[in-house]
Design a protein around this ligand. Structure first.
Ligand SMILES: Nc1ncnc2c1ncn2[C@@H]1O[C@H](COP(=O)(O)OP(=O)(O)O)[C@@H](O)[C@H]1O
Ligand SMILES: [Mg+2]
Length: 258
């Protein structure tokens, strides 16, 4: 069975999409089969693998509205081993109609159930904690919460933690989360202080690996490639490789306990 990992934070611009793409690249590099699922109407992940959202016949919206299977909505990217279920603005419609459907929280979990051939499925969530993110958390065994080392986004984790508790109660009792500190500027005293505060509050829930600021990440998305393949020896490529290793370790540890 694939390991399903959701990447969510209600705040935009915290590197959710960048993390999905870069971790995906790092996992593919190791030899895993990876499926990315773009759940955001802004389609940044879809663009990030070089697809044009306005030319897509089948998208993740069709999967959520049950008019297409996950398999038929998935497609290969230019990077062998990396597939994607893309998104476009039809996700806005899907998001609106999702909550009126019966057992709507389980639609994505059920849709992904048949996809046995992948080792990892990475779910890139929209910047909100609505029906789509609930679906992703219900489908996932683990959640990565990218967060910037600034006071506001640390505070915003409250709502996320509340949603995690609800999802555990409603049908996914083993959901675990890890906080990822992104866009860290080590020269910035406030960043260093906030990193310390996040680590002392969330202890082992925080990835040891941090992602520092690196303009290569922006360039790689424009180039339609994960940074691990766009700029192999860049600092962020190395940090995302380290993150992928840490993720694999946690996932495998959880597997032996279960
Ligand atoms: N570590 C980083 N250093 C510099 N820029 C980054 C970094 N991570 C992400 N970015 C840039 O920040 C912007 C927001 O990132 P994105 O992944 O789209 O966030 P989200 O999906 O949470 O909205 C993008 O332009 C992205 O290229
Ligand atoms: Mg995004």
């Amino acid at each position: 069975m694939p390991h399903v990992i959701a990447i969510a934070n209600e705040k935009g611009g915290v590197a959710k999409t960048t993390t999905a793409l870069s971790v995906g690249g790092a996992l593919v590099e190791i030899g895993y089969e990876v499926l990315l699922v773009d759940l955001d109407a802004q389609a940044n992940l879809t663009l990030g693998v070089g697809l044009r959202p306005d030319t897509l016949r089948r998208t993740v919206a069709d999967v959520l509205l049950n008019t297409s299977s996950a398999l038929s909505a998935s497609r290969e990217t230019d990077l062998p081993g990396l597939d994607i279920i893309p998104a476009n603005e039809e996700m806005n419609t899907a998001e609106r109609f999702l909550p009126i459907r019966q057992n709507y929280q389980f639609i994505l979990r059920n849709a992904l159930h048949g996809l046995q051939l992948y080792d990892y499925i990475l779910l890139d969530c929209p910047p909100s904690l609505g029906a789509v993110t609930s679906n992703a958390l219900m489908a996932a065994e683990r959640l990565i919460v990218p967060t910037q080392a600034e006071y506001f986004s640390a505070y915003a984790l409250r709502n996320m933690l509340q949603l995690i508790r609800r999802i555990r109660q409603d049908g996914n009792p083993t959901l675990v989360y890890n906080i990822l500190i992104t866009m860290l500027d080590r020269r910035n005293r406030i960043h260093r202080t906030i990193e310390g505060q996040i680590r002392s509050k969330f202890t082992e829930r925080v990835f040891q690996t941090v992602i520092q600021i690196d303009t290569k990440l922006r360039e790689s998305t424009v180039a339609g490639l994960p940074v691990t393949h766009f700029s192999k020896s860049s600092r962020s490529a190395q940090q995302y490789r380290a993150l992928a290793q840490e993720l694999i370790q946690y996932v495998e540890e959880a597997e032996t306990i279960a």
